[in-house]
Design a protein around this ligand. Structure first.
Ligand code: GLC
Ligand code: CA
Length: 524
């Protein structure tokens, strides 16, 4: 039995994991698109920031219709991002710097340019090639009423009249996980990357893979069109989901667990599972399945002490039941950056820093998204620069605004994102000069300095403060809890609050005998 308190074994249990969105992190060759050598060159920044691991979004061969979440070859690197030897070099350099590497695995669908899909189109109806995907005959329109997460119908018709299912873009055909060739392929892919030395996998759309076998219509109660996106289902309180979260998926994760174990006790997988309930979320992290799952409840919580307290209590209770470590996340490449969600500007930033400090004090691991350490806001990307397939399918703004390339230095775009003056694939705002890594490294009161302080101090208690969180009553607008020697307070109200007894280790903003609104503090 592995020692759960040994940071060298189940390192993820208390890790801070930094998400790199490859296209937008650092460009080494001046084509305006981030790449693997760009990441490798910037790894010292991450070591210096104080994170424990990085999760890198897909860099495999892909026509890039969903920026790599449409994989054409799971065992190779897209030339846009480099080569397999660049991946090896990245992993080796990260390990030298004591950073673990988590890569993205996309098992729900392939690209329509994957060999398998090309063969399926060529082979025609009824062929074993088509049986790897979800092709159906349906002369009178789509086989059922399902919507794509990116808008519009989840089915596209091919020339010979058959339809194929795609829960995302039409260039992302869903695989048929009931066909044994499919799990066999992914087992090989896992081994391929484990052999190259990766420490773990982030499993994309982990609640997908299997669909209810009948492919029946989704029951929609509000008279509107069906919905596949988790956000929309929650908003519209649609609970029927024949396309998600089927019991068969857990058999796959039990097999993957064995494969990870074979590679060593320090390999992990984290699930992206937008499930409807905490119980269904914890099913993915039972002891013989995956190790972690993103806890989107924290990201979705309103700015209120009550909501945050509820998420903390429910999460800890749920993961305790299965013995897994909790996770916390405020931003990623699919959602509006949290500074902006909290209202933007000075107040949005103050709240974002406060929520981050609170999160970093909790037991378990925290996932950070590139650029949040700079306090970046969502960018209002001009329509002609938008590239998100969901924008292209629906005309709604989409996710480009959280994917704008990182400003590293200099006074104007591209802010040293790449060499020379080559402009990045999404234009950066003109007012980012004071937000660059270079500028913030020189300013003691910057958001970057704040993140570094928080991560440095966190190292002193992350593995020793225990998993018990004791909520403290501090009035309706203040969240307060104790964890081991640490007391944490977050003022979500509009008036200054009392600071508890103790030495302030760190605060997310100025403290002046009192805890100001939109501020959090760690005390000992
Ligand atoms: C996940 C990814 C998202 C992608 C989708 C389809 O939700 O996070 O970026 O578009 O899966 O693969
Ligand atoms: Ca590049």
């Amino acid at each position: 039995m592995a020692d759960l308190n040994d940071p060298n074994v189940q390192w993820w249990r208390n890790a801070v994991v930094y998400q790199i969105y490859v296209r937008s992190f650092a460009d080494s060759n001046g084509d305006g698109i981030g790449d693997l050598p760009g990441i490798t060159a910037r790894l010292p920044h991450l070591a210096d920031l104080g994170v424990d691991a990085l999760w890198i979004t897909p860099f495999y061969t892909s026509p890039q219709h969903d920026h790599g979440y449409d994989v054409a070859d799971y065992r190779d690197v897209d030339p846009l991002f480099g080569s397999l030897s660049d991946a090896d070099a990245l992993i080796a350099r990260a390990h030298e710097l004591d950073l673990r590497v988590v890569v993205d695995l996309v098992p729900n669908h392939t690209s329509d340019e994957h060999e398998w899909f090309k063969a399926a189109l060529a082979a025609g109806p009824g062929s074993p090639e088509r049986a790897r995907y979800m092709f159906r005959d349906s002369p009178d329109g789509p086989p059922n009423n399902w919507s794509s997460v990116f808008g519009g119908p989840a089915w596209t018709q091919v020339e010979d009249g058959q339809w194929y299912l795609h829960l995302f873009d039409s260039t992302q055909p869903d695989l048929d996980w009931r066909n044994p060739e499919v799990p066999a392929m992914f087992e090989d892919v896992l081994r391929f990357w484990l052999d190259r030395g990766v420490d773990g996998f982030r499993v994309d759309v982990a609640h997908g893979l299997f669909k209810e076998e009948s492919l029946r219509d989704q029951v929609v109660t509000d008279g509107d069109a069906p919905a596949s996106s988790a956000h929309e289902m929650v908003e519209r309180t649609i609970t029927d989901e024949p396309m998600w979260d089927q019991p068969e998926v857990h058999g796959v994760y039990r097999e993957w667990h064995r494969i990870l174990d074979e590679a060593g006790p320090d390999r992990m997988a984290v699930a992206e599972a937008w499930t409807q309930t905490i119980e269904s979320m914890t099913a993915f992290i039972r002891p013989d399945e995956l190790d972690q799952t993103f806890n989107f409840a924290w990201l979705l919580a309103d700015w209120s002490a009550e909501s945050f307290a509820e998420v903390i209590t429910d999460t800890l209770a749920a993961v305790e039941g299965v013995g897994a470590a909790p996770t916390w996340v405020l931003s990623n490449h699919d959602v509006v950056r949290h500074v902006t969600r909290y209202g933007g500007g000075e107040q949005g930033l103050a709240r974002a820093r406060a929520a981050t400090l609170t999160m970093l004090a909790l037991p378990g691991s925290s996932y950070l998204y590139q650029g949040e350490e700079l306090g970046l806001e969502q960018v209002d990307v001009a329509p002609e620069d938008r590239q998100d397939p969901s924008y292209l399918r629906t005309g709604e703004v989409g996710r480009d605004g959280c994917r704008v390339p990182i400003p590293w230095g200099g006074a104007e775009a591209p802010y040293a994102f790449g060499p020379g003056a080559a402009q990045p694939w999404i234009p950066q705002p003109a007012d980012w000069a004071s937000l660059t890594v270079e500028a913030q490294s020189a300013a003691a009161d910057s958001t970057l300095a704040f993140y570094k302080d928080a991560l440095r101090i966190r190292k002193d208690f992350a593995w020793t403060a225990g998993d018990v969180v004791e909520m403290v009553d501090a009035g309706p607008d203040v969240l307060a809890f104790k964890r081991g020697p640490l007391t944490v307070v977050l003022n979500c109200g509009t008036t200054p609050a009392e600071l508890p007894e103790g030495e302030v280790l760190l605060a997310s903003g100025p403290v002046d005998g009192k805890l100001l609104p939109d501020t959090a503090a760690w005390l000992r």
